[in-house]
Ligand binder design. Structure first.
Ligand code: F6R
Length: 370
């Protein structure tokens, strides 16, 4: 069933263009407007929503963090992202105008299930984003928007992550549409950007594997790895760090690049691998130069620097030991491509170490205990 691939993870990484395309499919009506009738929450209810809380764990929570940047920007309502296991025990503020989005690939994560039950008891509506038809989380939610990534077998989540981002973006755009928070044309432009992503992911898969492999070879013996990013690059950094710890058992930390000088830079010593997600340079993006200076800082201390940067971003070359190139795309779309080389890096490192890529030690595909 691996269809010729050496691992399910490898297969699933390569299924990401399809996972994105399939999750977009059928969510629009003939004149191009978003249509989420399948969600079966009244438009009136959506219009009354004044706050979103995302509850999820692990990779699904990072997808939620990415979506926070987009939804707050588009809809102008606050979005909180809360680890499901922390949420329930801190007396969260919830009411009928709060939309709780529970994100789960498996639909069976006990922490997320308990959190959503708590939210419903407090009178909030819960909308699940889930990849598994008929699983417990969508059954216990008020509504569900399924990701169409197909079955994910490898323990490390890959294609579910990109599909979760797409689903959460669709919810955000739908909210913007029903609340009138954006012009129709603006929404359409973003939808066009989303539709362009499968080909861009494919391009990364087709062109970046060698660079990733050589980085993995150079750094396979490293004791630890740091990942940094800003804005949507921040959750992507944490997701890259999680992948590497899960399957290559490398000690990693992912953090916001702006935090570097507030502590983590003390960790950087000669030969320390540091992966930096560099935002697009276009559109006078102020964060671009800030992230470049973060690379410069760690490099000056002897770090082995790996950058994920936009094709054509010549400034990056002089700072990075190796660059994984991302096709040009708007900042909010960049997580969908930036995560790909990080998944490949974790897989290549695990392979070089001779580890079981699909079934890392101590982990199960779904965590059905609290
Ligand atoms: C990461 C991973 C876990 C899951 C988390 C949530 O690769 O697999 O962090 O993302 O346990 O699982 P779901 O999405 O099934 O609720």
């Amino acid at each position: 069933e691996k269809g010729g691939w050496d691992s399910f993870m490898n297969k699933e990484i390569h299924e990401q263009p399809q996972a994105v395309a399939d999750t977009l499919l059928g969510r629009f009506n003939l004149d191009g407007d978003l249509n989420l009738d399948e969600v079966r929450i009244d438009e009136e209810v959506f219009r009354s929503i004044d706050k979103i809380i995302v509850i999820a764990c692990g990779t699904a929570a990072y997808a939620g963090m990415v979506a926070k940047y987009a939804i707050e920007h588009w809809v102008r309502i606050p979005v909180e992202v809360e680890l499901a296991h922390e949420f329930r025990y801190r007396d969260p503020i919830l009411n009928s105008r709060t939309l709780v989005i529970a994100i789960s690939q498996s639909g069976e994560t006990m922490d997320t299930l308990m959190a959503l039950r708590h939210a419903r008891e407090q009178g909030s509506r819960v909308l699940a984003i889930c990849n598994t038809q008929g699983s417990t989380i969508p059954r216990e939610s008020d509504a569900v928007l399924y990701t169409h990534a197909g079955p994910e077998i490898a323990v490390a989540s890959t294609k579910a992550f990109v599909a979760q981002i797409i689903a959460a973006y669709l919810i955000g755009l739908y909210l913007a549409q029903v609340k009138g928070a954006m012009y129709r044309d603006e929404i359409r432009d973003i939808v066009d950007d989303l539709r362009a992503m499968p080909a861009k992911i494919q391009r990364v898969l087709d062109t970046q594997a060698e660079a990733v492999e050589s980085a993995a070879q150079a750094m396979v013996d490293a004791q630890s790895f740091l990942f940094l990013g800003r804005h949507v690059g921040y959750p992507v950094a944490m997701e890259g760090a999680l992948k590497l710890k899960e399957i290559a058992y490398t000690f990693t930390e992912g953090f916001a690049a702006g935090e570097l000088k507030h502590g983590p830079i003390a960790l950087v010593d000669s030969g320390e691998p540091v992966v930096v997600i560099v935002p697009p340079a276009r559109g006078r993006n102020v964060l671009h130069s800030k992230v470049l200076s973060a690379i410069e800082e760690v490099r000056a201390r002897g770090a082995y620097t790996i950058a994920v940067a936009e094709e054509g971003d010549e400034d990056v070359r002089e700072y990075a030991d190796i660059v994984f190139w991302r096709p040009q795309c708007p900042t909010l779309m960049s997580p969908l491509v930036d995560v790909i080389p990080l998944q490949l890096l974790a897989m290549d490192m695990a392979k070089l170490k001779g580890l079981d890529i699909d079934k890392p030690r101590n982990l199960a595909k779904s965590v059905t205990v609290e």
